[in-house]
Write a new protein. Structure first.
Length: 572
């Protein structure tokens, strides 16, 4: 482990992380946190991933947690933790268990500061500001002032992250990370599993059963909490026993392997395949499990509230009836037992078949380009890329990452992805997340990350490409290059997408021009460019070649290409 004999507080935390299969820690260095980073440098079994900036580190940690089950990011006090706040807030909203590690001015510094009114570097003057800020975007936050109770508090924080599947913040006074500490037990930490109040559970299930059995077109609506809390097998069993078709939220896409015979497609409101929208609209009972209902689903709430059974880690509601102390896991298990015991439930014998929809891409491409079939549009990009991945039998070997962009919404139309292969910022809706997430998604999953970024999002965090090069991570980064923040313009003035010089984009949505091939060369990455569908097909074949470097692929699309998924969203 360490060359020194002394086992420290830092070693304790690292040992606990290693026990939970955290084999990489994303890091930004700093003087306050030096005792932790030096311990990490010499700790056997955990590799340091030194990133270009705080968002790079934290987006990566978020994606790592989503694929591995837990992640850690080490940050400097103040200037570093504050920079990372956006990414950790996203992890909090989207249920990703990241351990945020930092350090603060030590006991000596605090005494000197108090006596002589000294403002320490990276400090706002309030030495507790970091913790106070992070308390808003974590489920637990602690700053340890001594090593005596460090083991107990570290364990409590990690258990909280596992239990709630959300970030925690742990800092120490500067010197505490290097102080002696007893070693932890060999028994790894586990999430606390809450149990339901028996009567409340029975009441909720009985009311839900009544609603389900009276429905003519029930539908399961699955969300990301199913995946985060390890309930995918239960969901599969519920679908099997009930015969009910299912859809997912955008954030919950790939909560199950999509090759099952009950998946109708992802429901992302008006960005969905039209046939999926119709099935949701006609459903008279929506069994919503583990979903985070964002304002992407306002239509659903406004029109289907009384028909919804909403079971999450935060709420248990059947129509207008709410129930306290009912857990998501217990509720699903109890429903499964109801279906197993019931021989009269109609879907047991007359289960509807999985609908077979037409391919989504051509019908959703911008009509302006119907007469120019070799021009790449958003939908043509996905049509050809998904077809290539299917033909090469690569869909099961990749993980897709998306920030909020036109591509994220268009990509929800994909069928056939493997479980946990679609990682997106669909609830927090952060531009740029996708590129920073690539390293964490690939290291966490062991699959190759294929990232589709808007050019505006990529510009926010282009340095992540350098991190991929540094650690020989061969992710593929597609940059959809149209020179504008298209998704922002959709919601500002969609008339801008009409043909002709009279229709212009707002100045604030116009991006600078970058030479992406030169940028890739400067960072040491592979570089490709495609301006036509034919060139895209050629590039996709080249991406099959084995390499230990990331590939940056510039995809030229017309500035005024408006995917019909986005047109429908904008009109709504």
């Amino acid at each position: 482990m360490k060359s020194t004999k002394e086992f420290t507080v830092a070693d304790y935390l690292l040992t606990r992380l290693k026990q939970l299969n955290v084999t990489e820690v994303f890091q930004i260095p700093g003087d306050y946190v030096k005792h932790f980073t030096q311990a990490l440098e010499n700790f056997e079994g955990i590799r340091t991933i030194g990133t270009s900036n705080e968002l790079d580190a934290s987006y990566a940690a978020d994606a790592y947690a989503r694929t591995r089950g837990l992640a850690a990011v080490s940050l400097q006090y103040g200037v570093s933790t504050f920079s990372a706040l956006n990414a950790i807030a996203g992890a909090y909203v989207e249920r990703s268990p990241v351990v945020v590690i930092s350090a603060a001015p030590g006991a000596d510094a605090r005494q000197i500061g108090s006596m002589y009114n000294v403002l320490y570097h990276h400090s706002t003057g309030n030495l507790n500001a970091d913790q106070e800020v992070y308390e808003r975007v974590t489920v637990a936050a602690e700053t340890l002032s001594n090593s005596v109770d460090a083991p107990e508090k570290i364990d409590q924080l990690i258990i909280a992250a596992l239990t709630h599947q959300r970030p925690v913040y742990i800092a120490c006074y500067k010197e505490v990370w290097g102080e002696p500490c007893p070693k932890p037990s060999d028994k790894k930490l586990k999430a606390e599993i809450p149990k339901s109040e028996v009567a409340a559970l029975e009441n909720a299930v009985s009311q839900a059963w009544t609603q389900i059995t009276q429905a003519k077109s029930p539908l399961i609506f699955a969300g990301v909490e199913i995946l985060r809390h390890g309930l995918s097998n239960l969901l599969e069993e519920l679908i099997k026993e009930s015969g009910i078709l299912y859809t997912t939220t955008s954030l919950g896409k790939t909560v199950l392997d999509e090759k099952g015979d009950k998946f109708i497609g992802t429901y992302s409101d008006q960005a969905s395949i039209p046939e999926v929208i119709k099935l949701v609209e006609v459903s008279d009972c929506i069994l919503s499990l583990g979903t985070i209902i964002t304002d992407d689903y306002l239509w659903l709430v406004e029109n289907k509230f009384s028909d919804m059974i909403q079971a999450t880690t935060q709420e248990m509601r059947v129509g207008y009836f709410t129930y306290n102390n009912v857990t998501l896991k217990d509720f699903i298990e109890a429903l499964i037992q109801r279906f197993k015991k019931s021989n009269s439930y109609p879907l047991k014998t007359i289960a509807p078949p999985q609908p077979k929809f037409p391919e989504p891409w051509r019908s959703n491409s911008d009509p302006k380009y119907n007469e120019t079939p070799n021009v790449i549009t958003f939908n043509r990009f996905f049509e050809h890329t998904v077809s290539f991945l299917e033909k090469q039998k690569m869909l099961q070997d990749i993980v897709l990452t998306f920030g909020v962009s036109s591509s994220m919404y268009v990509a929800t139309n994909i069928y056939g992805l493997s479980k946990n292969a679609y990682i997106s910022s669909a609830a927090w809706q952060c531009i740029g997340f996708e590129t920073g997430a690539a390293s964490g998604a690939q290291l966490g999953s062991g699959k190759q990350a294929w990232t589709v970024a808007g050019d505006g999002g990529f510009m926010m965090i282009a340095q992540s490409l350098s991190t991929l090069v540094k650690y020989n991570i061969n992710s593929v980064i597609f940059v959809m290059s149209n020179g504008v923040y298209a998704i922002e313009q959709v919601y500002v003035d969609m008339d801008s997408f009409q043909a002709g010089p009279a229709h212009k984009f707002d100045e604030f949505d116009i991006l600078p021009k970058w030479d992406y091939q030169a940028l890739a060369k400067a960072f040491g990455a592979n570089s490709y460019r495609a301006e036509t569908v034919s060139e895209l097909d050629d590039v996709l074949l080249k991406l099959k070649k084995k390499t230990n470097l990331p590939s940056l692929v510039e995809i030229i699309i017309p500035q005024k290409d408006l995917a019909q998924q986005m047109y429908r969203l904008g009109n709504e």
